[in-house]
Ligand binder design. Structure first.
Ligand code: PNS
Length: 162
């Protein structure tokens, strides 16, 4: 059976933690859509185009991974693209409560769509897009947190938007 999954998020910006989840999901599913939410209540630091571009370049070797954007309810989007699995990464117990609530809400909305959690790679358990932005704001080292090709671009974009 063809298994299609969707991995949603803000990816503001994508981190090595996200990429680890995407790579692992790409080995387990026939097709993985990485879906960037466009109408988030959180105001993104980087434009949708920048986030798409970084994700596309960082996943270019993963042939069954496609970068898309969506607005509205995730389950409606998933249904529309034929995905019946939502992938979420879990880093720590602190993620659990929120993710558990979202998974149950999504099941209530669309019982056919299953949420599956992938545990983070231990070395990224502290890492988040917010941490990356915080370090970048103060000119700290981003090596190992995001792909190398993104580092200068993050600094340039932060400088330009200040
Ligand atoms: O990376 P994030 O910002 O934590 O991702 C959150 C995201 C995009 C997964 C979540 O906000 C989402 O699915 N939003 C779409 C609206 C929706 O379907 N909400 C769930 C039911 S309340």
């Amino acid at each position: 059976m063809n298994k299609t999954a969707v991995y949603p998020g803000s990816f503001d910006p994508v981190t090595n933690g996200h990429l680890d989840i995407i790579k692992r999901a790409s080995k387990k599913f026939d097709k993985v859509y990485v879906a960037i939410l466009t109408n988030s209540a959180k105001k993104p630091r980087f434009s949708l185009e920048e986030r798409i571009d970084w994700l596309k370049r960082a996943t270019k070797e993963l042939i069954n991974v496609e970068i898309v954007s969506f607005s509205g309810l995730l389950v409606d989007f998933a249904k529309g693209i034929g995905a019946d699995i939502i992938i979420k990464g879990l880093r720590a117990v602190s993620d659990f409560e929120y993710e558990f609530q979202m998974a149950l809400t999504n099941r209530q909305l669309q019982p056919d769509i299953e949420t599956m959690f992938l545990m983070t790679n231990g070395r990224y358990s502290y890492l988040s897009s917010s941490i990356v932005k915080e370090i970048a704001n103060y000119g700290g080292k981003l090596q190992g947190l995001v792909p190398d090709f993104m580092i200068e671009e993050i600094y340039e974009k932060i400088k330009k938007n200040q």
